[in-house]
Design a protein around this ligand. Structure first.
Ligand SMILES: [Zn+2]
Ligand SMILES: [Zn+2]
Ligand SMILES: [Zn+2]
Ligand SMILES: [Zn+2]
Ligand SMILES: [Zn+2]
Length: 138
């Protein structure tokens, strides 16, 4: 009985090797490490890791809905940012509301650049002033 054990281990080892080899030759899983889902047709990534925009097969992260070309840059924001209309990498919600400013919002509805230069003030400035109306006279 004692002599049989190494023989069985040998068989198991060969069987496992063959399985691994077959998997490597026939790799039909998402390119993302640790993702075993089958890839979408036309994409190298599975449906969880492929951009949700029709016709786009770029990689996206699980938390996002779109790839870097089509989604808002804000973490966990699933908004679509259409390429043709895009002036910013951020969606309407996360983009500065002053003029056509493409920056990410900082306080309220505006970016850091469009925030009043008074350190204690969170009011927005317009495109031509660095202070809000309240602090412009100072
Ligand atoms: Zn995947
Ligand atoms: Zn995309
Ligand atoms: Zn967004
Ligand atoms: Zn701005
Ligand atoms: Zn101010």
């Amino acid at each position: 009985m004692k002599k049989k054990l190494p023989y069985i281990i040998g068989i198991a080892f060969v069987a496992i090797s063959v399985c691994v080899l077959l998997l490597l030759l026939n790799k039909s899983t998402c390119l993302i490490n640790d993702c075993d889902n089958p890839p979408m047709s036309g994409s190298e990534y599975c449906k969880h890791h492929t951009c949700s925009l029709d016709g786009c097969n770029e990689q996206k992260s699980l938390e996002d809905a779109y790839c870097g070309n089509h989604g808002c840059l804000e973490d966990h924001c699933t908004a679509l940012v259409i390429e043709d209309e895009r002036t910013s990498y951020y969606c309407e919600e996360h983009r500065c509301k002053i003029g056509n400013c493409p920056e990410r919002i900082y306080v309220g509805d505006h970016c850091l650049m469009h925030n009043c230069s008074d350190v204690y003030c969170n009011e927005a400035t317009d495109e031509y002033y660095s202070y809000c109306p309240k602090h412009q006279s100072n």
